[in-house]
Write a protein of this length. Structure first.
Length: 153
């Protein structure tokens, strides 16, 4: 049975694109302060640059410091199927793949065997690249998902 790739995010948790451990810490600190969970999305083509193991460790370290943020790692594999397979083998639970649909379907089948998810559509996220005060930016962005708010939109 083939598991179809999805364009929908695996969770309604807000997404923040991180480029470093400091970014991940800022996102998790803000999420924990606001009582929300967060998805940490790698830089575009992050699987090719930092790699799956680096990103997995980055998210694990931030999660250890702020467990209530319950961060989900989303590794951007661009259109690189080999990087996507490596990410799945490394235990990344959610990957973003923008390559051909037949390849995405095969990756989704592989991912489905381990409970992982393949996203194929754009993933709206706050991008922390170049942000001077990432904690404040994350707090502002995540505030709309905090329990005291009536909607996430």
């Amino acid at each position: 049975m083939t598991t179809p790739p999805t364009t929908a995010p695996p969770t309604t948790a807000p997404a923040i694109r991180v480029h470093s451990l400091d970014d991940a810490r800022a996102a998790c600190a803000a999420a924990a302060d606001l009582g929300v969970t967060v998805r940490l999305v790698s830089a575009p083509a992050g699987a090719a640059h930092g790699g799956a193991l680096w990103f997995r460790e980055l998210v694990a370290r931030a999660a250890a410091e702020w467990p209530s943020a319950a961060p989900t790692a989303v590794l951007d594999c661009s259109d690189r199927a080999g990087d996507a397979q490596g990410a799945l083998a490394a235990g990344i639970g959610v990957i973003l793949f923008t390559g051909p649909a037949p390849v995405a379907a095969k990756l989704a089948d592989i991912a489905g065997r381990t409970g992982a998810t393949v996203l194929t559509g754009p993933l709206p996220a706050l991008d922390l690249r170049g942000v001077r005060d990432p904690v404040a930016a994350c707090r502002d962005y995540l505030a709309k998902w905090s329990p005291g708010q009536t909607s996430a939109g």
